[in-house]
Write a protein that binds this ligand. Structure first.
Ligand SMILES: C[S@@+](CC[C@H](N)C(=O)[O-])C[C@H]1O[C@@H](n2cnc3c(N)ncnc32)[C@H](O)[C@@H]1O
Length: 414
């Protein structure tokens, strides 16, 4: 099979000069993580990237696609002023919990100890509608404790334990794709079984966070917002360490469907709107405007190849999907450039992908986008990659996914 490359690709990647550990989470990382999140990157990688970018106490660090909050957590261990943004409210809450300090773990334990008996009565009474009953249980647990110092993190820890419980009890709604849930979770156990599962989830969350909290010095600012619309102060960040959603058609809304369905009982969330606004969403709007030049030559060439591919829907759905992603990514990279101070640095982790046999060389595409928007490229550094998300999604459109994708970190300076 001949692989068509949309760029110089690997020839222009540099292997020397920067030694960074792989961003992939190891099995050990996953076991110790507060929440199972397949798209998270490793703390060791973020630590090395922050060293590379000269981040110390007081430095301003940003992650515009913060996910479970690895960048903000690691930055807070060195006393940096960290800001994380994520459009998914569940991920924003998880990252608040991950940065909880010892005091907040104690507050969370006190809240549960003092309120669980009363909350249990509510849960049992309302169990006809389990998700609503769990919501009322949570309200009952938390309501007498509003205003306690450290409560935001404490609430987030309790929410994470509830999310774990709901996820573990709603496994029947999983589809063949491990990152996709089909429908609203159905919980068919008894209220006592729910309480037992919640207690063990809490124990696990507290244990992990007590260990995590040891070296946390500062508290991050976490925003549940669309990065495209978020108003940050321009020229004010010393470092940006991040990973945009990859081009794997992973649906970050479907992947957290059990948690989002629960949150929807707590507060109004427009799931359709959330899906539409995610960078990399598989939902495409009709492309009525011309594709701007700001996406660069690399991305434009990829679009030309996709458009000309003979397979079904290449020139319709897939062209729209890739074009929408590139336009959103170019806009976000321009914004990253504006937010960095002069002399500041950015490390972005991305991965090559295939559309059929066409290589879409995302590392080079991002490198070009950065350079077009005032950043100077320090290098593209590839990591060895075995367990790609392409392989997780067995129904991925990447029919040639047997060719291992390359994950790379791109380093810029402004
Ligand atoms: C690859 S993950 C980041 C993982 C992160 N590095 C970690 O260690 O957990 C990408 C994240 O981008 C978020 N996202 C997608 N579109 C967004 C947008 N427009 N604004 C902010 N966040 C967005 C998704 O919800 C997802 O959590």
């Amino acid at each position: 099979m001949v692989l068509e490359s949309v760029s110089l690709s690997f020839n222009s990647y540099r292997k020397e000069a920067v030694k960074l550990p792989s961003p992939k989470l190891s099995q050990r990382d996953r076991l110790r993580s507060l929440y199972p999140y397949y798209a998270g990157f490793s703390e060791a990688f973020v630590d090395a990237a922050l060293d590379q970018l000269g981040v110390g106490a007081g430095s301003r660090v940003l992650d515009p696609w913060n996910g479970s909050g690895t960048t903000t957590l690691v930055a807070c261990r060195r006393g940096a002023r960290a800001t994380g943004i994520d459009l998914n409210p569940v991920l924003a809450e998880i990252s608040v919990a991950r940065s909880a300090r010892d005091h907040s773990v104690k507050v969370a334990a006190e809240i549960v100890d003092s309120g669980i008996r009363r909350a249990r009565i509510t849960l049992e009474r309302e169990w006809g509608e389990p998700l609503k009953a769990i919501y009322l249980f949570e309200v009952e647990l938390l309501s007498p404790h509003r205003g306690l110092f450290g409560q935001k993190q404490a609430h987030a820890l309790i929410a994470v334990a509830l999310y774990s419980t709901i996820r573990s009890l709603s496994s029947s709604t999983r589809s063949r794709n491990p990152t996709w849930f089909k429908s609203v979770p159905e919980i068919s156990c008894s209220p006592s079984a729910f309480i037992d599962a919640f207690n063990s989830a809490l124990e696990r969350v507290f244990d992990i966070q007590r260990a995590n909290a040891q070296n946390i010095i500062s508290t991050p600012k976490i925003f549940n917002a669309d990065f495209v619309e978020w108003r940050g102060r321009e020229c004010s960040y010393d470092a940006i360490v991040t990973s945009p959603p990859y081009l794997t058609r992973i649906d970050y809304v479907k992947a957290t469907f059990p948690e989002l369905s629960y949150r929807k009982v707590r507060e109004p969330i427009d799931l359709a709107m959330l899906r539409n606004r995610m960078l990399g969403t598989p939902v495409t709007a009709g492309l009525t405007v011309a594709i701007p030049e700001t996406i660069g030559h690399e991305a434009s060439r990829a679009l030309e190849l996709i458009k000309g591919h003979p397979s079904k829907a290449s020139s319709t759905y897939y062209l729209r999907f890739y074009a929408q992603y590139f336009v959103g990514l170019a806009f976000s990279i321009a914004k990253i450039s504006r937010l960095l101070r002069s002399g500041g640095g950015a490390a972005l982790v991305v991965q090559t992908t295939y559309y059929k046999e066409i290589l879409v060389d995302l590392p080079n595409i991002v490198a070009e986008m950065g350079m077009r928007h005032g950043l100077s490229l320090q290098g593209i550094f590839p990591f060895e990659q075995k367990n790609s998300i392409n392989y997780l999604n067995t129904r991925s459109h990447s029919s040639k996914a047997q060719v291992p994708p390359t994950e790379a970190v791109i380093i810029f300076r402004k």
